[in-house]
Write a protein that binds this ligand. Structure first.
Ligand SMILES: [Zn+2]
Ligand SMILES: [Zn+2]
Length: 193
């Protein structure tokens, strides 16, 4: 399903006035690829504005500053059993985007507050979706478990050990024993007779 890109933030628009950034975002609108299992909801609220860097006679660099917060519900996979786990994100960011290539000359300037992160925009602006995708991925926990005590998947049969009791645990882990098990199995059942 294709969603329209809701919000292109252009320098030309910002030169006229700062732009409130709070569009409705549909979960399918941001393509996370395989990096996120699912985005369930995303709300954002903030402001985009242009900042002018005066770098020398006649050289003015137009930067886009984007300050916003967002709340998201996402699904990630449990690191042990691979079941989807719902995670709530509540974050804010303060980003400065310079025109790509403008810093290529190597004369570093520090015009921005130290807590502001620097990025770059191409052509004449940037897509809000691209910024949000990066911010969401950055704020995901490195490792999520469905529950602290998750038993994970059985290393032998692959079943989810939280919901199934496969009995594989009683068997030796070393695959070299599997041939022996095959022999022992029938003998054991005979013993019961
Ligand atoms: Zn789990
Ligand atoms: Zn098993």
């Amino acid at each position: 399903m294709e969603y329209p890109k809701t919000m292109y933030i252009s320098v030309a628009d910002l030169e006229r006035a700062p732009l409130p950034v709070d569009p409705p975002i549909a979960p399918g609108q941001i393509d996370f690829g395989i990096e996120l299992h699912a985005l369930l909801s995303l709300r954002t609220s903030g402001l985009a504005e242009v900042l002018h860097e005066h770098r020398g006679p006649g050289q003015v660099v137009a930067d886009i500053r984007l300050r916003a917060s967002y709340q998201a519900q996402v699904e990630v996979l449990c690191a042990r059993c691979l079941e989807p786990v719902r995670v709530a994100l509540d974050q804010s960011f303060d980003l400065l985007f310079r025109p790509i290539g403008v810093d290529a000359t190597g004369d570093e300037r520090s015009i921005s507050p130290s807590e502001t992160e620097i990025g770059y925009y191409e052509k004449d602006g940037l897509l809000l979706e691209d910024v949000l995708r990066e911010q969401v991925l950055l704020s995901l926990p490195a490792r999520t478990l469905c529950v602290e005590s998750c038993k994970g998947l059985c290393a032998h049969c692959g079943c989810n050990r939280n919901t199934e009791a496969c009995g594989c645990e009683a068997l030796p882990a070393d695959p070299r024993w599997s041939a022996l098990r095959a022999v022992q199995g029938p003998m054991r059942s005979q013993d019961k007779l």
